[in-house]
Design a protein around this ligand. Structure first.
Ligand SMILES: [Ca+2]
Ligand SMILES: [Ca+2]
Ligand SMILES: [Ca+2]
Length: 198
């Protein structure tokens, strides 16, 4: 008869120690990894949409408006928030009034709300929730002060500015990844100021 062998005390302790290590370290790092992935994916989505919205304005020869919208999936979505993580839309603004006009304007794309956590906000644009691309690709200066550039800031929802990613948009509509120009570990906005998180 074969002798059945159980775990020795030492084997049991090693097993428990390994388990504790996996649970203690593995879970938080997985959480921050998926949050980091979501930030990267939203960053890429935002860059893509801004870029396409601009090229649609140039291609169609009309203003294209991209705006934050908490009802992006509705039949007639509206530009109604400054919290871009709640969703956004962009459309050919045929009647040039800056809002989505059902039956007149052409809805080009929607991006649905994100799960709770990350935030996507802007700074320095004429309107915190609306970007208007003109047929020449420039961002429209809606308040006429000669300045229409700004920055999109994506944060992790924990006010950790050092983890923030940002996209700068110049007055002529050029997109660029925000860099840490003063080497203090936080990326700088279109005015060279460190970005902040809500
Ligand atoms: Ca319109
Ligand atoms: Ca302005
Ligand atoms: Ca900096």
């Amino acid at each position: 008869m074969k002798k059945q062998r159980g775990l020795t005390l030492i084997e049991l302790m090693v097993t428990l120690a390994v388990f504790a290590l996996l649970v203690g370290i593995g879970v938080p790092s997985l959480t921050s990894m998926s949050e980091g992935n979501r930030m990267v994916s939203q960053y890429n989505r935002l860059l893509g949409d801004l870029s396409v919205a601009r090229s649609e304005a140039m291609k169609r020869g009309v203003n294209v408006v991209m705006c934050a919208s908490n009802n992006s999936t509705a039949t007639t979505p509206t530009c109604n928030t400054t919290q871009w993580e709640l969703g956004w839309i962009y459309f050919a603004d045929i009647n040039n009034d800056g809002v989505f006009s059902s039956g007149t304007d052409t809805l080009l794309a929607i991006n649905e709300a994100q799960r709770a956590g990350i935030t996507i906000r802007t700074t320095d644009f004429d309107s915190a929730g609306v970007i208007r691309y003109q047929p020449n690709g420039a961002v429209r200066d809606t308040d006429g002060d000669g300045d229409s550039d700004g920055t999109f800031i994506i944060c992790d929802g924990k006010s950790n500015t050092q983890k923030a990613r940002a996209v700068n948009i110049s007055t002529i509509g050029r997109l660029s990844k925000a860099k840490d120009t003063d080497a203090d570990k936080t990326v700088n906005d279109v005015n060279g100021v460190n970005v902040t998180c809500p």
